[in-house]
Write a protein that binds this ligand. Structure first.
Ligand code: GLA
Length: 386
């Protein structure tokens, strides 16, 4: 039905209610976030989806088997909320689950897939996150994602399909064919440095599985949360420094993950906005060819481990972005030999380097570039062959 579309060509950019608010959501909050998306420059920077996660419905379906929005949280109903979001030039996302229940115990879409897809279309939904809790044992997750994908593609409205099975059941091997536009490849993020580090390292060998129309989703951003979740699991250890949020944002961007803001942007600090609205970094994430990044392990080999690495992403226009990541607890010099990105001395090319966080040209370099990177920090470079 929807065959005139570029839906999912690039990683989705937006905001999701879960990380900060979990169950405590309502239409006023969602409207305020939509307003800020426009007034504070998020829409201009490319963020377009406003997504309501779990806990939006009543605990039971109505007599016709339809999902019902909780009238206390959403008194005007989902259609009115979608209309409001659309009137701002934004897109509206919602949440359901392959199982009988969602992870928080609300009704899931199992055996209601086509009915729910139709309802989401009627409400004006543009994006569906589809979780993996309470999946009946006798049926495979693969089949259930195929089912909802088919339901969405035939519901009469273009709806981006965001699968969320946490990297389980060999999802890499079947998700692209199922029709999903993005898929969670990690467990849930938490608002602390250990979580950033674990998720990032877990994806270092998964970069071959991401690309246009089916992006590897490393989970929502925690940038700017500073321990502000109302959920102990997400927030208990208590937030990160701006430096750590910068590194988190850089890795997610370079690895081509969708970037769904998870903080309360009504309280965004200048530092948070500098990170989320960094156009040089967003341009890497939104590069048209949407290639995954490859890893280079730094020399000397004797000290290296997975905590110190370079990510290299080749861009559509022939530029190369290189991220120097130091997730260890000590300052490190990280050295890139240009040979390792395919640029031998005999090519006669040098690299003109631009720093995507300092927003400045660094000059022309031959053969190698070796920044010193403080603990938990990164340097992200855009390199042009000259
Ligand atoms: C799962 C998902 C989270 C969130 C919660 C909601 O844990 O992975 O992103 O959607 O469910 O209950």
């Amino acid at each position: 039905m929807n065959n005139d579309t570029q839906l999912g060509l690039l990683p989705a950019l937006g905001w999701n209610s879960w990380n900060t608010f979990t169950w405590d959501i309502n239409e006023q909050l969602i409207r305020e976030i939509a307003d800020l998306f426009v007034s504070e420059g998020y829409l201009n920077a490319g963020y377009e989806y406003i997504v309501i996660d779990d806990c939006w419905s009543l605990k039971a379906r109505d007599e016709q088997g339809n999902l019902v929005a909780d009238p206390e949280k959403f008194p005007s109903g989902m259609k009115a909320l979608a209309d409001y979001i659309h009137s701002k030039g934004l897109k509206f996302g919602m949440y359901s689950c392959v199982g009988t229940h969602t992870c928080a115990g609300y009704p899931g879409s199992f055996e209601h897939e086509f009915q729910d897809a139709k309802k989401f279309a009627e409400w004006g939904v543009d994006y569906l996150k589809y979780d993996y809790c309470f999946k009946p044992r006798h049926i495979s997750g693969e089949l259930l994602y195929k089912r909802m994908s088919l339901a969405l593609k035939n519901c009469g409205r273009e709806i981006l399909f965001s699968a969320c099975n946490w990297g389980e059941d060999n999802v890499y091997h079947w998700i692209r064919e199922s029709g999903a536009h993005m898929y969670r490849s990690t467990g849930d993020i938490r608002d602390n440095w250990i979580s950033i580090k674990e998720l990032a390292i877990s994806q270092l060998d998964k970069e071959c599985y991401t690309g246009s129309f089916c992006h590897n989703d490393m989970d929502m951003l925690i940038v700017g949360m500073y321990g502000g979740s109302n959920n102990d699991y997400i927030g208990k250890i208590g937030g990160c420094s701006d430096l750590e949020y910068k590194t988190h944002f850089s890795i997610w961007s370079m690895m081509g993950s969708p970037l769904m803001i998870g903080s309360d942007i009504r309280k965004a600090t200048p530092a948070t906005k500098r990170i989320l609205l960094n156009k040089d970094i967003l341009a890497i994430n939104q590069d048209l060819e949407a290639r995954g990044a490859y890893r280079i392990k730094p020399e000397p080999q004797w000290f290296h481990d997975d905590e110190v690495f370079m990510l290299v992403k080749v861009l559509t226009n022939g530029d190369v972005t290189i991220g120097f990541f130091n997730l260890s607890d000590n300052q490190r010099e990280i050295s890139l030999q240009f040979w390792d990105i395919g640029l031998p001395y005999a090519s006669n090319f040098s690299l003109s380097l631009y720093d995507c966080w300092e927003h400045k040209e660094l000059g022309i370099f031959k053969e190698r570039f070796s920044p010193t990177v403080p603990a938990h920090d990164c340097v992200v470079i855009r390199a042009r062959l000259v």
